[in-house]
Design a protein around this ligand. Structure first.
Ligand SMILES: N[C@@H](CCC(=O)N[C@@H](CS)C(=O)NCC(=O)O)C(=O)O
Length: 213
């Protein structure tokens, strides 16, 4: 398998965690978002959204969308599971993952922040207010979801696809100055995940395209 991604991309980070939790090896092809490599025709031929990640599978498929890629990994390599438990637990895992991937992260993505600044006339304070409203609202919903489902991890005591989404979201929130101080459950899970070897392996700073400093 080959993963096309970027060290600091939260959607790529999700897939890296899933690959690491399942103990799967893969090649890595960096796509430099700051240089706009995601917008080239060559990359768009692999992923029409012009976003990372993309996973090229061993049997020639070119997969887009981090949630779909993680579901693919679960189908093809079911053990260890990243969607464990009974039907309700699985639904909770997918709901937390979707709330982060569909409701929070898209509203703080690079191209959205660039549009707010370049086309919308937002200064740094206005962008910060945006981030602390829209993505933060979705994160607040995740905090409530965790109060119903969390054990050591987002749902129960096993790391799952929900944690694959939560950790990159918390990392990005730190980076963009979203106030997470009231999200005690999310912070507890985030801290626990960071002690886990799979999450450590997937950390942005441990990727080959991360800058040395
Ligand atoms: N829904 C997509 C989101 C992908 C996404 O937003 N990727 C970001 C990095 S985390 C990206 O490629 N941004 C480049 C840009 O905005 O130009 C997924 O889950 O794969």
């Amino acid at each position: 398998m080959k993963l096309f991604g970027y060290w600091r991309s939260s959607a790529t980070y999700r897939v890296r965690i899933a690959l690491a939790l399942k103990g799967l090896d893969y090649d890595y092809a960096p796509v430099n978002l700051l240089k706009g490599e995601q917008k080239t025709d060559a990359y768009r031929a692999k992923n029409p959204t012009g976003l990372v990640p993309t996973l090229a599978t061993n049997d020639g498929a070119m997969l887009n969308q981090s949630l779909a890629i993680m579901e693919y990994l679960e189908e093809v390599h079911p053990s260890p599971s990243i969607v464990p438990g009974n039907a309700a637990a699985k639904a909770n895992i997918r709901a937390i993952a979707a709330t982060i991937a569909c409701e929070a992260q898209p509203l703080m993505n690079l191209r959205i922040q660039q549009y707010l600044k370049n086309e919308g006339g937002f200064d740094d304070d206005a962008v910060s207010a945006w981030l602390n409203t829209w993505p933060a609202n979705a994160m607040s919903a995740v905090e409530e979801m965790l109060s119903r489902s969390a054990g050591d991890f987002c749902v129960g005591d096993t790391p799952s696809m929900a944690d694959c989404c939560l950790v990159p979201q918390m990392f990005a929130a730190e980076r963009f100055g979203i106030d997470t101080s009231s999200f005690s459950k999310m912070n507890a899970v985030y801290e626990r995940c960071q002690q886990h070897p799979a999450f450590e392996k997937a950390h942005p700073l441990n990727q080959p395209d991360a800058p040395e400093q």
